[in-house]
Design a protein around this ligand. Structure first.
Ligand SMILES: [Zn+2]
Ligand SMILES: [Zn+2]
Length: 386
């Protein structure tokens, strides 16, 4: 099976398109024709070498598409099913077996290793075995017209929702919404601050709103995003430029926030996150924290800081719930997205890096004329937000 893929070639080099050969799906694998794929910060980190995935590699980990073929052991999917692809996990370590696959013992190898967990690679250059290309990024490598996923990270979704919109549920939106609904499990009436409103931060913000948080503080340096944050449920917004963010949160909340979610990975923001907690408050760190260090003394009054991966979500359970919330208008993910043609992947990465678009989605193929026309009409009617 031939697939047309955008291949990452190393830090900050443009992507190159290549016709590659995909193996037939193994017993546990699924061949998916990719309709659209979100671009996530983690793709940029991998391309830029901040995550040491081997290169050249086919990145892409917010794929949405249509099942073409299934392996012999796949029982819950059929050709023709609409699916969202999510993160990969091993299935048999203690965390996987106790319902926490995002904290899999092999999370790194399974998502960033550039191969299957047994070391094999199901994507090749057609005529050159020596010129290796890596794949299986997040168990999908969906910057391509076709991808090999496995049943573990392939989520069947309803066909009445525009498939092009749904890929970001597989990583960034699941991460933000899951941090609030699963990791924090905030109660109604909660006070929460969200540091950074990119796609992860907006996922968290929309989830906090629908969970009944009564104080939702969005923090960013982009005033357009802060304006949208207000529209989508933030009760307060803070432009972090030149601001003592922790003091500002304390001024708003009185005794501090019950929950603070950092999506930036910046040491200064992580320090603000800890300093703005009230007694027994919880801080969640989404992005790699780099060299940040957290002083112990401010945590004395029962405060907690934890890392959060993929919002503790089990994708097959969580993503359909978010789709149902979208359908009923309570998780308006369409407000976040801007669409780009697959061929314009470099421009889409640049726009995401500049902050011109909250969630860039690459259109890779269509999925049926009538449905596509409907979806495109809906997109044109207000899907794109700069
Ligand atoms: Zn595992
Ligand atoms: Zn991601």
């Amino acid at each position: 099976m031939r697939t047309r893929a955008a291949v990452a070639q190393g830090p900050v080099k443009p992507f190159t398109f290549a016709e590659l050969e995909l193996d037939k799906p193994r017993d546990d694998e699924v061949l998916v024709r990719i309709v659209a794929t979100g671009i996530c910060q983690t793709d940029a980190h991998a391309r830029n070498g901040h995550i040491p995935s081997p290169q050249p590699i086919v990145l892409g980990h917010e794929g949405a598409g249509v099942v073409e073929q299934i392996g012999a052991a796949v029982t819950e999917l059929q050709p023709g099913d609409h699916v969202v692809l999510s993160y990969q996990s091993c299935g048999h370590c203690p965390q996987c077996l106790t319902g926490h696959p995002s904290y899999c013992d092999q999370a790194y190898a399974a998502n960033f290793g550039g191969s299957r967990l047994d070391g094999t690679i199901g994507i090749h250059r057609p005529n050159s075995a020596a010129d290796k290309v890596h794949g299986h990024f997040f168990g999908q490598s969906s910057f391509a017209t076709y991808a090999l996923s496995t049943w573990r990270n392939t989520v069947k979704v309803d066909k009445d929702v525009p498939l092009e919109l749904l890929g970001p549920l597989g990583c960034s939106l699941q991460t933000g919404a899951g941090a609030v609904l699963n990791s924090f499990a905030i109660p109604a009436g909660a006070t929460i601050a969200i540091l950074g409103v990119g796609a992860v931060g907006f996922g968290a913000l929309m989830a906090a709103n629908l969970a009944g948080a009564t104080t939702i503080i969005a923090v960013d340096v982009n005033d357009q995003r802060l304006a949208l944050a207000r529209e989508l449920g933030a009760t307060h917004t803070l432009n972090a430029a030149g601001l003592d963010v922790a003091k500002a949160i304390l001024d708003i909340t009185g005794s501090g926030a019950g929950y603070v979610l950092d999506t930036t990975g910046r040491a200064d923001m992580i320090a603000h996150a800890v300093s703005s907690l009230r007694p027994m408050g919880q801080a969640g760190l989404i992005a790699g924290a780099g060299n940040a260090s957290i002083p112990a003394a401010p945590l004395a009054l029962g405060k907690a800081v934890r890392g959060i991966v993929q919002g503790d979500a089990i994708p097959q359970q969580f993503i359909p719930k978010l789709i149902q919330l979208y359908r009923t208008g309570r998780f308006p993910l369409d407000r976040l997205v801007g669409f780009y043609d697959f061929d314009d992947i470099d421009e889409a990465f640049a726009a995401a890096a500049r902050g011109d678009v909250i969630k860039a989605i690459l259109r890779i193929s269509s999925y049926g004329s009538a449905e596509t026309a409907d979806a495109e009409t809906q997109m044109a009617a207000g899907g794109s937000v700069a």
